[in-house]
Write a protein that binds this ligand. Sequence first.
Ligand SMILES: [Zn+2]
Ligand SMILES: [Zn+2]
Ligand SMILES: [Zn+2]
Length: 170
Amino acid sequence: MIVMSGDVDQLLRQHGLQVTAQRLAIMQAVSSRPHATADELIDDVRAVIGSISRQAVYDTLGVMVDKNLIRRIQPARSAARYEDRVGDNHHHLICRGCGTMFDIDCAVGEAPCLTADDDHGFEIDEAEVIYWGRCPSCRKAAAADEGERAASTGPSGNSKRGRTAGPSKT
Ligand SMILES: [Zn+2]
Ligand SMILES: [Zn+2]
Ligand SMILES: [Zn+2]
């Protein structure tokens, strides 16, 4: 769903929410910065309406998620992100290195898009799908740092000794 700034008013009302300056600002912040964290959104919202408490922003985001106005994405070991693209079953591709996130259309379209081998009698309504990997710039940085996996893609032959043993640095 694409939200034009003029429609936000109506959208809030349609979802049974009173239109307030705070809600408008938060909704617009979510629309203009998909996949932002609450902390990022707070900065945007404060830039528009001045002071607002963190708690107020968190509470409002929670209400909007409950009302299905926005969607919360909760990747493992990282802060929740918010977006206004609701109503489809799209997935997310997240970089393990820098946290960059992309929308990925669901190949099936409807949840649950994965079939369980055994549903144990449940009516399964969701399969949580997140694609994890490393984005091009993180791969490039890692290759430059370590130069040890270059064989798969890069020109081979340069067999450096003394490979770094530790986990990937940040
Ligand atoms: Zn990355
Ligand atoms: Zn998304
Ligand atoms: Zn899917």
